[in-house]
Design a protein around this ligand. Structure first.
Ligand SMILES: *Cc1c(COP(=O)(O)O)cnc(C)c1O
Length: 383
């Protein structure tokens, strides 16, 4: 793989990190499906590859691209975003106290509440937009990690990452950021001081709703590197590494990341600005709108746009939200986000019982369709 230091992230993504195959000159790198590697006559492994559970060239190539995009030191790819996120917590070497946002990706919140305590992880949930709540929740000497999500599902809360990092680092805690909904196109948390950035690569990084994958990218700082080492050991021990075919699809998806996210952000802004005037909509939640409480921080913290995710609260309550989703034709009803196709989701009903999500809320993931079609479909459904 050839690397040159001064390429912009867009060039790195489009060229998959310069992944031209050294042996043949292939512009698209081959997929390495081997599970094992030849051992040297002296029983060493001079080429560095031993066995497929920790080592695979297609995985490493894809990890290298994400590392460059996130301006980190190294990346680990996992079989799902949840495998990546939970490994970040398990690699703390519990017992550990952690702080997490009270608005965050539902399944990870559920894991922190139900499974993490059995692993010696105790989570305190606070509104991370309010830095004083982070300060108060920190237990000096015991808090090991402050977890942030930005923008945070599904209300699109914006946390000031750099400010939260200062508080956490002063107390000796690491900072992890679930940056799935921002993608490295819009926000680079490591440049803001974070120690580890997590993606559900299932979403924007792959972008085509056809791969489950997750990533952790670690900063070039000693405590982050120590966490990376333990996370790699967990991945090898659990066998939670991504498969090579999935990694090759992900590498292909990454090539179009910047054009996809730029277009999705522009369309989302146009949609948010238009439906905000619809009388059937009580509130549009989108960090790109000047009235959003996190708009000023988002304008500083996000480049090139405010992302492709927004939510609407229906004036007619839950029944109106469900009826609106039922009338949509261009938007497809499905969970997940960040794909080329636009999706609508009634979050409260999929999250179930103790969901903090308002029942009148519809979450919209904006795809690559003509934004005029998306707006017309929403307007006919919002009646
Ligand atoms: C989807 C998602 C996850 C979990 O990722 P999977 O790939 O589904 O395991 C975590 N965080 C956010 C913000 C997500 O949207």
């Amino acid at each position: 793989m050839t690397t040159s230091p001064n390429r912009s992230p867009e060039t790195i993504a489009a060229q998959a990190g310069g992944a031209i195959d050294a042996a043949t000159g292939a512009i698209v790198p081959p997929i390495h499906i081997t599970t094992t590697y030849e051992r040297d006559a002296d029983l060493g492994y001079a080429r560095g590859y031993v066995y497929g559970r920790p080592h695979n060239a297609t995985i490493h190539q894809t990890e290298a691209v994400i590392t460059e995009l996130e301006a980190g030191r190294e990346t680990l790819l996992f079989a799902a975003g949840m495998a990546a996120a939970t490994t970040a917590f398990l690699a703390l070497e519990p017992p550990a106290h952690v702080i997490a946002p009270n608005v965050m990706y539902w399944s990870l919140r559920h894991w922190l509440r139900t499974a993490a305590p059995r692993h010696g992880i105790e989570a305190t949930f606070v509104d991370t937009r309010d830095l004083d709540q982070i300060r108060v929740a920190i237990r000096p000497g015991a808090t090991r990690l402050v977890w942030l999500e930005c923008p945070a599902n599904p209300l699109w809360h914006i946390t000031d990452i750099a400010a939260a990092v200062r508080i956490a680092h002063d107390a000796g805690a690491l900072v992890g950021v679930d940056s799935t909904c921002a993608s490295p196109v819009l926000t680079r948390p490591i440049a803001l001081g974070a120690d580890v950035v997590m993606h559900s690569a299932t979403k924007y990084l792959n972008g085509h709703s056809d791969v489950l994958a997750g990533s952790l990218t670690f900063a070039d700082r000693a405590p982050a590197q120590a966490l990376a080492e333990r996370a790699a050991a967990h991945r090898a021990g659990l066998g939670s590494i991504l498969g090579p075919f999935e990694a090759a699809l992900l590498l292909r998806g990454l090539r179009t990341l910047f054009v996809r996210v730029a277009r999705q952000s522009a369309s989302a802004l146009a949609i948010a600005g238009t439906i905000t005037r619809n009388p059937a909509v009580a509130e549009v939640l989108y960090p790109g709108l000047p009235g959003h409480p996190g708009h000023d921080i988002a304008a500083r913290q996000m480049q090139r746009g405010f992302g492709g995710m927004l939510s609407i609260r229906c004036a007619g309550g839950e029944a109106a939200a469900i009826a609106t989703a039922a009338r949509l034709a261009v938007w497809k009803r499905a969970t997940s986000l960040g794909g080329v196709e636009s999706l609508v989701e009634h979050r409260a009903s999929i999250e179930g019982g103790n969901s903090p999500c308002p029942a009148d809320l519809l979450r919209l993931s904006v795809g690559l369709e003509d934004p005029a079609d998306l707006i017309a479909d929403l307007e006919q459904a919002l009646r």
